[in-house]
Design a protein around this ligand. Structure first.
Ligand code: ATP
Ligand code: MG
Length: 614
């Protein structure tokens, strides 16, 4: 493919903005259709429908159409923290997915049914997910370790009669007793779950409840089976994922087949994958929509995926060893893990031979210039790329589309703002370059998700379009520069007042993290006894002692200051590893914590209280 220059990419983005429907019509070719759509769109946003009349099946796109020429090609590699590996060929995938499809069908799963997945990152997660798609079902994806009540609520919300899980999982050297947790949830709460399929993984130290639980290894059909893929329509839901819960109670979002079409285009643009060739590693647990990339585009584009079970920070050298082991070409990972690599030190990227690696794509939070700089210095031959998405949108809001062209990277920016993205003022008036405001999105995008259980889109309209009619509101604050690069300065809810100015958290955090001794930082404004104060929470790099005074001096040298500095071991994070600044603010101002269902580890709250009240 011809690579564009920056000006050519900007021209292309402008052309799409002028004639979006033309572009989206062309984009339908990203997947194979069983019945071709006859028109690009119908109706008005936000209730607009896409690819009218088109029918297809994602599992069929992923496996069946690729099978003849790729039987022996590896579709996925699996690896765990102890270095155990397994290769799954396209033929294996076809074989396993058909067996699971048969089983689910026998259990009554049909088109339009939701099936819940609560699983570690193991090959069976891929088989079940693809099998659900094969039957035209909807995946409801859940994080491990949610509070029992939250998980029960989500089972109810998704209406799944079938839950697929595993006996246990392994993370950071410990075992997670998943089945025990499921038993607890299902005995303490009322849910629609009738059958639980348990992938035993060779263990037997867990209970099987009669008439409810089925051990996968016992009931999996033997031998070669073929289950015909169901046709689904472009606007049919395919997957439900929850937003991260960074700013409030997580929202259940469903994405449709049309989303797969648009996001496949986007992933090609941001990863620049070579169809049929590249090995791609997505570092994501099940639950985060990003995990869906494994089933949405990797097999579809005849690539080889890597799934890793566990925590990549478990051993310093794991990250580079995985890349070396499978000759990984492209990595897609969350910001926190990139910060973690920096914190672990250069061995994390140098222990293994990473010469196969071309690009690392960041997603999740603004990538600090300090982290970017460190990654560049320690991996000079690897392109560090960025992409800014939200669960609801399913498409990059901004990105460095290295798959489209050779463009300059600007540290601190998430990349070029994509189609129809604007920065507006308090009244919703679009702002020119270099002025800070609210980031909003055009509603003309097939990747746009919808709220689950919101058939008339009443809740959607209220949550996303009432603040700025005609746009979808991101809740993010930022600006774009003269070249069209977007800078996310933070969440609007987290804006800090400094000397009468509105400052995004990123502006101060970015400076803190450029200090080589600091791994992570979170800055919040809060009220205590009617005084407004700004506090910075600092996580030093592994094995480093840092003093409050040295942080204060470092900030002062760069022209900034905060009222309070707290040195902590870790920050409160969501399951998708984002910093929950609202909890820091609530702790500091002695206010109720609000919804904490997305908090990764509740113990962090007491750790923080101890530091704050010292
Ligand atoms: P909730 O909506 O439940 O409060 P959330 O917004 O964190 O949680 P997600 O949909 O997982 O839920 O995350 C989307 C948000 O993540 C964006 O609105 C943005 O703030 C942030 N984000 C994602 N990627 C990037 C990136 N590359 N650069 C800057 N910010 C990013
Ligand atoms: Mg959000």
């Amino acid at each position: 493919m011809e690579l564009y220059s920056l000006s050519k990419i900007r021209k292309f983005i402008k052309e799409v903005e002028e004639n979006p429907l033309k572009f989206w019509w062309e984009t339908r070719k990203m997947i194979k259709w069983i019945v071709e759509p006859k028109d690009v769109a119908e109706g008005d946003p936000p209730k607009i429908k896409w690819y009218i009349g088109g029918k297809s099946n994602i599992c069929w796109n992923a496996i069946d159409v690729n099978l003849d020429e790729n039987k022996d090609k590896v579709a996925f590699y699996y690896m765990n923290e102890n270095g155990f590996t397994k290769a799954i060929t396209y033929w294996d995938l076809f074989y396993e997915v058909n067996r699971v499809s048969y089983l689910l069908k026998e259990l009554g799963v049909k088109k339009g049914d939701t099936v819940s997945l609560l699983m570690p990152n193991i090959p069976e997660a891929l088989y079940f997910a693809l099998a659900i798609y094969r039957l035209g079902g909807i995946i409801a994806m859940h994080y491990l370790g949610l509070s029992p009540q939250t998980f029960a609520e989500r089972l109810n919300d998704s209406g799944s009669k079938i839950l697929v899980t595993a006996s246990k999982g392994f993370r950071n050297g410990s075992e997670i007793r998943i089945k025990d947790y499921v038993d607890k949830v299902l005995s303490e709460y009322k849910t629609p779950v009738e059958k639980v399929i348990v992938v035993g993984r060779g263990f037997s130290d867990f209970n099987l409840v009669q008439n409810r639980d089925l051990l996968y290894e016992d009931i999996a059909p033997k031998g070669k089976i073929y289950v015909k893929p169901e046709e689904i329509e472009s606007n049919d839901p395919v997957i439900i994922a929850y937003t991260s819960g960074t700013t409030g109670k997580p929202k259940g979002i469903y994405s449709s087949l049309a989303y797969i079409v648009a996001s496949t285009w986007a992933l090609k643009a941001v990863l620049g994958f070579r169809e049929g060739e590249d090995v791609i590693w997505i570092l994501s647990d099940l639950g985060w929509l990003t995990w869906g990339g494994n089933i949405h585009f990797i097999p579809q584009k005849r690539l080889t995926g890597v799934i890793f079970e566990g925590f990549i920070g478990y051993k310093r050298e794991l990250f580079s060893r995985v890349i070396e082991r499978f000759n990984v070409n492209l990595v897609w990972m969350p910001t926190t893990l990139l910060n973690m690599l920096k914190s672990l030190g250069e061995e994390s990227v140098k222990a293994g031979d990473i010469s196969s690696l071309r690009l690392i794509l960041n997603t999740g939070e603004p990538l600090n210039p300090g982290t970017w700089q460190w990654l560049r210095e320690n991996m000079p031959d690897v392109v560090i790329a960025d992409s800014y998405w939200m669960t609801e949108y399913g498409f990059p809001i901004a990105a460095t589309p290295f798959g489209l062209g050779e463009i300059p990277y600007k540290p601190g920016s998430a990349g070029l703002k994509f189609f129809g993205v604007k920065v507006v003022d308090d009244d919703g008036k679009p702002l020119p370059p270099n002025q800070k405001g609210y980031i909003v999105l055009s509603m003309l995008n097939p990747a746009m998700g919808r709220l689950w259980n919101d058939p008339d889109m009443e809740r959607f309209i209220k949550i996303y379009t009432s603040r700025f009619p005609n746009y979808v509101y991101t809740g993010d604050y930022g600006f774009y520069d003269n070249d069209g690069y977007l800078y996310v300065l933070g969440r609007v809810d987290d804006i800090i007042l400094a000397g009468g100015n509105r400052v995004g958290t990123m502006e101060i955090e970015g400076i803190l993290v450029s200090n080589p001794d600091i791994a992570e930082a979170a800055v919040v404004g809060y009220n205590r006894n009617n005084n407004y104060r700004v506090a910075a929470f600092i996580v030093p790099k592994a094995g480093i002692n840092i003093s409050i005074d040295s942080v204060r001096n470092y900030l002062r040298d760069k022209g900034y200051s905060v009222d309070d500095i707290f040195i902590v071991r870790r920050l409160p994070k969501t399951k998708s590893a984002k910093i929950m600044r609202r909890l820091l603010r609530a702790l500091l101002s002695n206010e109720p914590l609000g919804d904490i269902s997305a908090l990764d580890d509740i113990n962090v709250l007491n750790e923080l209280r101890a530091v704050i009240n010292k």
